[in-house]
Design a protein around this ligand. Structure first.
Ligand code: AMP
Ligand code: MG
Length: 358
């Protein structure tokens, strides 16, 4: 990856602290005016930081793909400031969609509906369907409302890297490429929204997130699960175009070891010995309690524990941390509760998955 110095700097990126409780509305209006006029603004949401552009302007949205190096067939999520906006930009809104909005908006649920023609094709990568979300972060909502346009925004990272959960992660990836980074502190959820496609019957979950399948089924009844795991090849036909790409990956290779606790430990112990014999520094991403591994002082171990909320909040920053520590390889335990959202991110970040045999 290009280092910060090599990145051509054509903007004087400003990081602006906005504070979540007491918002500085003058600063937010300034950012919103730039956003409306076609500039890129990075902003916090409750999931991860977003890279926002005026979702009604093709030229503005085009910049997102250029700055991130995002494949052109990977559609964006359109962020709205009010629940009723779904009627402005989507059509054929079903009773299920209304129930989901009522139950989960504002919040980390992205809903796919049929698209209206006023949304430029570049937002949806030419698809006839549109992904919509109303975020629950006060900075995000104030920005979108002040801009008075829907905001197309993917995560504010270079394509393929772990999503940013702090303003400084955005700065590391997009320094010189965006006008303003609104700094609202560390994001709450830490992983991207759940995506549900409501243009099919039954509706289908395309990406797991904080809002679980069970919560959704309690609201609208049975839904399908079209999850993509790391075995999907690029030429399989993906239900969600972006999900075929490798994601969330640190620069260094990550080996994910799945299986029961004892087998996982034995496999990781053997890998540690193997890498040490090659004079390599290992990073260990652990969840099981206790200090299970014998490591050297050149190595880095992070134990994120068993609580879903704190694991998801710290997962991406931890992947970035291993890169900073310059380890040669990351060895990751599977997350024991088999939480779908967390395991999905780990599998997509992995360059190799080993199933440990007991
Ligand atoms: P990101 O903004 O980086 O979290 O990525 C947005 C995700 O939403 C990508 O994986 C897209 O493939 C998915 N997405 C956006 N719009 C659609 C759509 N119309 N149909 C299916 N998936 C979509
Ligand atoms: Mg992303």
């Amino acid at each position: 990856m290009a280092s910060q110095k090599e990145i051509q700097k054509d903007k004087n990126t400003r990081i602006i602290r906005v504070g979540k409780q007491k918002l500085d509305h003058k600063l937010i209006r300034e950012a919103a005016a730039l956003l409306r006029s076609g500039e890129l603004i990075a902003f916090p949401t409750e999931t991860v930081y977003g890279l926002g552009a005026n979702g009604l302007r093709e030229d503005a949205v085009r910049k997102i793909f250029a700055v991130k190096g995002r494949p052109p067939d990977n559609p964006l999520i359109l962020h709205v400031g009010f629940k009723k906006d779904i009627l402005l930009y989507g059509r054929n809104i079903s009773p299920s969609v209304k129930k989901l909005i009522h139950a989960f908006w504002p919040g980390p649920l992205t809903i796919i509906v049929k698209k209206r023609t006023k949304i430029p094709d570049i937002v949806t990568a030419g698809l006839d369907t549109l992904a919509l979300r109303m975020p629950a972060n006060s900075v995000a909502l104030a920005l979108i409302r002040a801009a008075r346009v829907p905001v197309a925004a993917p995560s504010a990272n270079v394509s393929g890297k772990p999503s940013p959960t702090t303003a400084s992660h955005v700065y590391q990836d997009l320094f010189g490429k965006v006008e303003i980074i609104l700094d609202g502190g560390k994001t709450d959820v830490g992983i991207e929204s759940t995506i549900i496609d409501c243009t099919v019957e039954p509706p289908a979950i395309l990406r797991p997130g904080k809002i679980t399948r069970r919560q959704i089924e309690n609201t609208i009844g049975f839904v399908d699960n079209y999850l993509y795991n790391s075995n999907d090849t690029v030429d399989s036909v993906p239900k969600s175009p972006g999900l075929k790409y490798r994601h969330y990956a640190p620069d260094v290779q990550l080996i994910l070891v799945e299986g029961d606790a004892t087998a996982v430990k034995a496999t990781i112990d053997a890998l540690i010995r193997q890498y040490h014999s090659q004079n390599k520094r290992v990073g260990i991403l652990a969840f099981f309690p206790g200090s299970r591994y014998t490591i050297g002082k050149q190595d880095t171990l992070v134990n994120l524990g068993l609580r879903k909320q704190s694991v998801s909040r710290r997962l991406f920053e931890t992947l970035r941390y291993f890169d900073e520590q310059k380890v040669d390889v990351i060895l990751a335990e599977n997350f024991p509760s088999h939480d779908q959202a967390i395991m999905n991110r780990l599998r997509k970040a992995a360059s190799e998955i080993i199933v440990a045999q007991a």
